[in-house]
Design a protein around this ligand. Structure first.
Ligand code: SF4
Length: 327
């Protein structure tokens, strides 16, 4: 019988799930994901974590508990240190496997693959072999699984550049029927960590809400990387967090190039990196004017009515600026 590997539908699931799935399937495992986020998952995560923990990590812990209850053989909780040269991720990702093990008792075996692309050495290949050998004892097959997963990641990223959210791109790669309506007359940049805006439960389906209100939504994963680079170059001092730098780079690019009618940032209450990047962006937008900017903070108490009201007010403001609403 095939071994089952559980992948929590939270945090970097929205950035890397297709490649992780291909890797484990090529090794002969069956991949099982946790359910979509729901009240029980959030409650389980909140009960297990200390209050100051950010909502995405609490949610992640809830998803791990969901997988434990499903009875999978392994749970994949990578230790993601760096996903590109010379930059890091937030410290929470570095200690994620240890944090989860200390918070949730009686877990199945954790696959704590170390992902560290900070230096261009062969440590990633060694790690791929270490994990692959849990499933098969054939180095060629393990490397082939890895290369196939990298190809999948390239495909996934290029699909998102066509305007699909990562959730839609995952569905597309899985052969599901998707209908994307991302062609509204208002252009809005929605800048956030993927997990803050892709999880419909914690962010109340913000992308679909904006689209229904007539917005064409652009996220950082839909942008060409040269645009983000151009914006990030305007920082007086480079940021070493990959995703924080993407958010601020995109924000600075839109402020300069005026390609959108408005910018919305979404961050989680208790997020250290976002408290810095959002503040820097907010000051820039206030100082330079020109494009309306709104910042939304989410936590486990965020209500649907609050988000909807703020989005509607923001859309009205953009339409008023275009002369479509007269007051
Ligand atoms: S970047 Fe912020 S939201 Fe994401 S894991 Fe770190 S603290 Fe939490």
């Amino acid at each position: 019988m095939r071994k089952t590997v559980g992948i929590p539908k939270a945090l970097l699931y929205y950035n890397f799930y297709p490649m992780w799935k291909v890797f484990f399937e090529e090794l002969g495992a069956e991949v099982v994901t946790s359910r979509n986020t729901c009240k029980k998952i959030i409650d389980d995560g909140v009960k297990s974590c200390v209050g100051e923990t950010c909502l995405p990590v609490k949610t992640y812990v809830g998803h791990v508990i969901d997988l434990k209850e499903k009875g999978v053989d392994y749970i994949f909780i990578p230790r993601v240190i760096s996903v590109e040269r010379k930059r890091y991720l937030c410290a929470k990702f570095l200690g994620l496997p240890d944090m989860v093990k200390s918070l949730v008792p009686d877990l199945p075996e954790i696959i704590d693959m170390k992902i560290d692309l900070y230096r261009s050495d062969n440590s990633m290949q060694k790690e791929v072999l270490r994990i692959g050998k849990k499933f098969i004892n054939d180095e060629v097959k393990i490397y082939n699984a890895y290369f196939k997963s990298l190809e999948t990641q390239n495909k996934f990223e290029s699909i998102m550049k066509k305007g699909l959210s990562s959730k839609e791109a995952i569905n597309y790669l899985e052969g599901k029927n998707i209908k994307v309506q991302n062609s509204g007359d208002l252009k809005i940049a929605l800048l956030a960590h993927s997990y803050d805006i892709m999880d419909d439960y914690i962010c109340m389906g913000i992308i679909d809400r904006l689209r229904k209100m007539g917005a064409k939504v652009t996220t950082t994963s839909m942008m060409d990387s040269f645009k983000i680079e151009r914006g990030a170059k305007k920082l007086q001092k480079d940021l070493f967090w990959t995703y924080g730098r993407e958010i601020i780079g995109a924000g600075k690019y839109f402020l300069e190039e005026k390609e959108v009618d408005g910018v919305i940032t979404v961050s989680a209450f208790g997020c250290g990196p976002d408290s810095l990047t959002d503040d820097l962006l907010e000051r820039d937008y206030k100082r330079n004017g020109g494009i309306p900017y709104m910042s939304i903070t989410i936590d486990e108490h965020t209500g649907e009515a609050g988000i909807t009201t703020r989005l509607e007010a923001f859309i009205d403001l953009l339409r008023w600026r275009k002369g479509e609403i007269i007051v």
